[in-house]
Design a protein around this ligand. Structure first.
Ligand code: NAD
Length: 310
């Protein structure tokens, strides 16, 4: 079984490393020159929980230079890079290639459907985290789990066997009918914490210290919940609110600056169009006003624009 990681950034290189170490036939493609060169020359340096676990010579290439076809493709780009990546790797996909997509945010199934059959799309949501310590260096902490579901449930036995095999490498995937609800619950949390921390310029704990934080949270979540229900998703706002509260503790995620904050600080584009921007877009589809998400999306784009012109 040949496995491709379309994107060998933080998350892709972590899962790719786990599978490679467990003897799977893994290939990375990425467009980041220094990263590709370092992995090819010295191997991917793996540091987990501050322990140096050595260097792993995972075959790594640029998408346009990769050849052959793959049985499984993990897409592991940022949300706004997904369509371009799929275009760049479509020559590596055969008729039965399974695509696994666990990107944050909403709306990815529509993009994936432009490239592969629905029965070959596995959509999911993960609580694994990962990072990079520079080009060619994976630096990650802890463990995690991932919920996953096949978009059209045909030939499910094949998928369940695939999940069993991937789990032998410790990926901790769970096939779950609640996957869409979990995707929306995580997106709801990100619509609040990623955006407000970026706009207020604070970490998650600091966001929680403001006495009226719940008013801010609910302004966003009321829209997320209404739009989710219109999409047929059983969004439970009280669960998202609880999940957000649980992040405030400095011993859990409180001292963390969300990924959108970090993207903004580093002058990169953000995933806002797949968070609050997606809520605005779906709100229009269902005639549900989403003024808070509309304004937040504009403010984040405005901040990206200011960054670009600095
Ligand atoms: P990342 O930016 O570290 O990795 C993306 C990689 O894709 C980069 O190395 C980039 O060079 C490459 N890439 C993008 N477009 C490309 C193209 N067309 N051709 C070749 N290479 C291309 O991002 P990440 O942190 O791994 O996040 C990936 C997704 O997973 C995001 O949706 C993120 O929100 C989600 N996520 C991340 C974490 C985490 O802890 N990092 C946790 C949960 C979910």
């Amino acid at each position: 079984m040949k496995i491709l990681f379309a994107g060998a950034g933080a998350l892709g290189s972590r899962f790719g490393y786990m599978l490679f170490k467990n003897g799977e036939d893994v290939t990375f493609v990425d467009s980041w020159k220094e990263h590709v060169e370092n992995i090819t020359k010295d191997g991917l340096k793996v540091i987990i929980d501050d322990k140096d676990l050595g260097n792993y010579y995972i075959p790594t290439n640029y998408p346009e230079e990769a050849t052959g076809t793959f049985d499984v493709v993990f897409v592991a780009t940022k949300s706004m890079q997904l369509r371009n990546m799929l275009n760049d790797v479509k020559h590596l996909i055969h008729e039965n290639t399974k695509i696994i997509c666990i990107l944050n945010g909403l709306g990815h199934v529509d993009t994936l459907k432009e490239f592969v059959k629905e029965e070959n799309i596995l959509i999911g949501v993960t609580v694994w985290t990962s990072g990079l310590g520079g080009a060619g260096v994976l630096k990650a902490y802890g463990t995690g789990k991932t919920e996953i579901k096949q978009v059209k449930e045909e030939n499910l036995e094949e998928t369940l066997a695939l999940i069993d095999r991937l789990n032998k490498a410790g990926l901790n995937l769970k096939y779950s009918d609640d996957t869409y609800q979990s995707i929306w619950h995580k997106a709801g949390l990100n619509c609040v914490l990623n955006t407000y921390c970026t706009l207020i310029d604070c970490n998650i704990n600091q966001y929680g210290t403001y006495e009226k934080h719940l008013e801010l949270t609910r302004a966003v979540l009321n829209e997320v919940t209404k739009v989710g229900h219109a999409e047929g998703i059983d969004v439970k706002q009280e669960i998202i609110e609880k999940n957000i509260e649980n992040c405030f503790d400095p011993k859990t995620a409180g001292l963390h600056y969300p990924s959108l904050y970090q993207d903004m600080k580093n002058g990169r584009l953000t995933e806002i169009d797949y968070l609050n921007g997606a809520i605005s877009k779906l709100g229009k589809k269902h005639n549900i006003p989403t003024p808070v998400c509309d304004i937040i999306t504009l403010m984040i784009h405005s901040k990206e624009c200011v960054n670009k012109n600095k």
